[in-house]
Design a protein around this ligand. Structure first.
Ligand code: C5P
Length: 226
């Protein structure tokens, strides 16, 4: 891989949505395109890192020189992430479904004559970010999460950082009017231990590189402090 500020480092990234099966032909999904996570994987690789990208289903091309692991559901994503550890930096950019179907049907569900409503019981999915950010010997020194919000962006992100034990949260407003979800540009607020930085709007590629350069700097600071 390339020489750069992340040479010799392993960067683990999650990206995309998860698909939670309802029956053999249906699933629950969300509008995540995976663009931000893939941009992070390309940027980490170009900065010299060894990169593992654990991705849900997307329409995107696998980045070159990146170890890409394709998964479908949250449970598989968690398993792949845990297998990929240890890592120096973990960036959890996937839009993991909060819920999975509690009783996935093994045959296609049929509608009955006269049936006007139907419910699918849901069960809570594991929180991948919170799981790997728990303290322990395998906790990456720098764990970065995302917070896609439609209101109270900073407040929710700050709470999320603490609740999930993440080091940084990259917060953005994904209200449809912002065009961020599915788009090529983003506008983030970086929430760290020392406060909130409002970044200028920029491309997802540019944001990915700036974030990872910043992460590389922080990582070398952690090393020399140890
Ligand atoms: O709680 P919320 O889904 O808003 O948190 C977003 C952050 O947590 C993202 O970094 C996302 O990748 C991560 N997450 C996760 N596993 C979940 C839910 C969210 O890793 N089950």
């Amino acid at each position: 891989s390339a020489q750069g500020p992340l040479s010799g480092k392993h960067v683990l990234i999650t990206a995309g949505p998860t698909h939670e099966p309802i029956d053999p032909v249906r699933y629950i999904a969300n509008r995540s395109s995976g663009k931000q996570g893939y941009a992070l994987a390309r940027a980490a690789s170009s900065l010299g890192a060894r990169v593992t990208l654990v991705t849900g289903p997307t329409a995107l091309k696998a980045p070159d020189a990146v170890n890409v692991i394709h998964v479908e559901r949250a449970a598989e994503m968690l398993e792949a992430v845990q297998r990929a550890l240890p890592a120096d930096i973990a960036v959890m950019a996937a839009a993991v479904a909060d819920w999975r179907c509690a009783g996935e049907a093994d045959q296609k569900m049929k509608k009955r004559e006269g049936q006007e409503t139907h419910s699918v019981p849901l069960a809570r999915n594991p929180d991948i970010l919170a799981t790997i950010a728990q303290s322990g010997p395998n906790r990456p020194p720098l764990v970065i999460g995302f917070a896609a919000e439609t209101e109270n962006v900073i407040e929710n992100a700050t709470t999320k950082r603490q609740k999930k034990n993440a080091d940084w949260i990259v917060a953005n407003n994904v209200s449809p009017a912002t065009g961020i979800m599915g788009g090529d540009a983003t506008r983030i607020h970086l929430v760290t231990e020392s406060g909130v930085e409002d970044w200028q709007p920029m491309g997802k590629d540019e944001m990915a590189e700036a974030l990872l350069r910043r992460a590389a700097g922080t990582l070398s600071g952690l090393r020399s402090a140890a």
